[in-house]
Design a protein around this ligand. Structure first.
Ligand SMILES: [Zn+2]
Length: 115
């Protein structure tokens, strides 16, 4: 499949929607619900972990009391940035059924009572 293309109408989804709403977002072209396929997610997460490992091993030594946290911080930032960028570049979309609306108003109305 093409990168960030809706399988139904071939509209290219925006990068931000693909990365921010990976599980469920609405296609701008046809209005159907889309999700990022598992293969794209696994690829992005795996490359993010690799980038985090590289960043952790190449972090400069920090001579302070919280110096141990610097490699962890570098690894976390590298994982977050790289996995999101990989997902932006390689996301393969699939159609999902529209989620059923949750009865939030009904549930909150029944729980009114003395506290
Ligand atoms: Zn579409």
């Amino acid at each position: 499949m093409a990168i960030r293309k809706c399988p139904a109408c071939l509209t290219t989804a925006p990068m931000g929607a693909v990365v921010a709403f990976t599980n469920n977002f609405v296609c701008a072209g046809c209005g159907q619900h889309l999700a990022v396929s598992e293969a794209s997610r696994v690829l992005a997460a795996a490359l993010g972990i690799v980038a985090g490992y590289i960043a952790m091993s190449t972090a400069p030594p920090a001579y302070s009391m919280l110096g141990w946290a610097v490699p962890v911080l570098f690894a976390l930032l590298a994982y977050g940035c790289v996995s999101a960028l990989i997902l932006m570049a390689t996301a393969d979309l699939r159609l999902i059924p529209a989620p059923t609306p949750t009865p939030v108003a009904e549930a909150s109305a029944t729980h009114h009572g003395p506290h």
